[in-house]
Design a protein around this ligand. Structure first.
Ligand SMILES: Nc1nc2c(ncn2[C@@H]2O[C@H](COP(=O)(O)OP(=O)(O)O)[C@@H](O)[C@H]2O)c(=O)[nH]1
Ligand SMILES: [Mg+2]
Length: 398
């Protein structure tokens, strides 16, 4: 599971990345700071089944705190895109290839409207964040169109001369982008074209199809960042303007500050929380105390920094992921070494039991007999999907 962070320069992409991963990627108030992609690991929350069991868990891949499991999600932060990037403006769009395997995108926009399309400072409120969502979507579509265009005519002939199906043609053209067959069918329905004659597709046809493919295969959520500088009513207007793309107001800077303060032992704060507690007011400088009070006001106005809600909203919403807990003993919920609920896996909702087994271990998939639900103790067949939060044992032939 990988999420790519995109947006124009200077909107807070790296700040968001750093907040979510608590790493220190280069951050500076000028455009094009990030050239090489930053890669890191964030985490999303889900209830840990150990609370039902009444026994503490032995987490391996996903930490557990107070009954909440933190399940890892990979993040990639790339350079800023500017309008016309596909024509070589700014840093161009080649770096988007670093996002090929991303399952979805977070687009960060400057909610305060104080950054122009090139990422240069502008008077607050002078720039419309909703327009940014439109043109950035177009730039992403141009990137996919560009992949389309490579030796297009030669490949198009396979459809026309050899009778290859258009679905297969598209799947082959875009193997690197991992477009699932369901997204390809959805895009073909949405962007009607002459299925039998790709060589007759106009540049417009190809672009429309690229856009439809992208929308169907790679969901996008918008972070209306720098919300600490605007009123909630402004955020609602922007949210309405970009719908149906989901939008969450965020203050990446507030989240980063709070996570750092938590790490330094200054505050008691858990990502996503609506508030925090100062551990020892006597240890804070006057400036620190004032900064924390300002953050308290941001949290009060917005309910949280929005950062955790943004990522979880994308993963559990449009990306339709669920968390499952594979175990080897369906009664004690342990693995072969007696560890309780050691692993938490993110899988697409409706994934058949056997496909999940393959994800956990090839042997489990190859020798799959049945799955057993750790709560109901019912057997599930290979094609049966697992429920969100399922504790499951895979029974194999040997
Ligand atoms: N007020 C405010 N400033 C922010 C926020 N997030 C980032 N910034 C500032 O915006 C500038 C650009 O941030 P950066 O993360 O480098 O942007 P990037 O170019 O999109 O990666 C820096 O000065 C950040 O401190 C936020 O939530 N609120
Ligand atoms: Mg950056």
């Amino acid at each position: 599971m990988e999420v790519g962070i995109v947006g124009k320069p200077n909107v807070g992409k790296s700040t968001l990345f750093n907040a979510l991963t608590l790493l220190d990627a280069t951050m500076a108030p000028y455009p094009f700071t990030t050239v090489k992609p930053n890669r890191g690991v964030a985490a999303i929350r889900c209830p840990c089944p150990h609370t039902e069991l009444g026994t503490p868990c032995t987490p391996g891949n996903a930490a557990c705190r107070n009954g909440v499991r933190w399940v890892p999600v990979s993040l990639v932060d790339v350079a800023g895109l500017v309008p016309g990037a596909h024509e070589g403006r700014g840093l161009g769009n080649q770096f988007l290839n670093d996002l090929s395997v991303a399952d979805g995108f977070v687009q960060v926009v400057d909610g305060s409207g104080a950054t122009d399309p090139e990422g240069q400072p502008a008077p607050p409120g002078s720039q419309d964040p909703a327009r940014e969502v439109d043109w950035l979507g177009e730039e992403l579509a141009y990137w996919v169109t560009g992949i389309f265009e490579r030796e297009f005519d030669r490949h198009a002939k396979r459809v026309e001369l050899e009778g290859e199906k258009v679905e297969e043609f598209l799947e082959h053209r875009f193997t690197g982008l991992k477009f699932p067959p369901s997204a390809i069918s959805a895009a073909l329905r949405e962007a009607p074209i002459d299925r039998d004659h790709p060589s007759r597709w106009s540049a417009d046809d190809r672009h429309r199809l690229a856009r439809a493919l992208l929308n169907a295969a790679k969901p996008r959520a918008v972070a209306l960042n720098k919300c600490d500088r605007i009123a909630p009513a402004r955020a609602e207007e922007t949210a309405a303007a970009v719908a149906p793309i989901p939008l969450v107001p965020t203050s990446a800077e507030a989240e980063l500050t709070l996570r750092r303060a938590q790490r330094a032992g200054l505050v008691d704060y858990s990502p996503g929380d609506p508030t925090f507690r100062v551990v020892d007011a006597g240890r804070l400088s006057t400036a620190q105390a004032r900064a924390l009070e300002e953050l308290r006001a941001v949290l009060a106005a917005w309910g949280s920094t929005g950062v955790q809600r943004l990522l979880e909203g994308l993963v559990f919403g449009p990306l339709r992921r669920i968390v499952v807990f594979p175990v080897e003993d369906e009664t004690r919920w342990t693995d072969s070494k007696g560890r309780v609920l050691p692993d938490a896996f993110l899988v697409p909702a409706d994934t058949p039991a056997r496909t999940v087994a393959f994800r956990v271990h090839t042997d489990l998939g190859e020798n799959f007999l049945r799955a057993i639900d750790g709560r109901t103790h019912r057997a599930l067949g290979a094609d049966h999907p697992l429920a969100a939060g399922a504790v499951v044992r895979f029974v194999t032939k040997r």
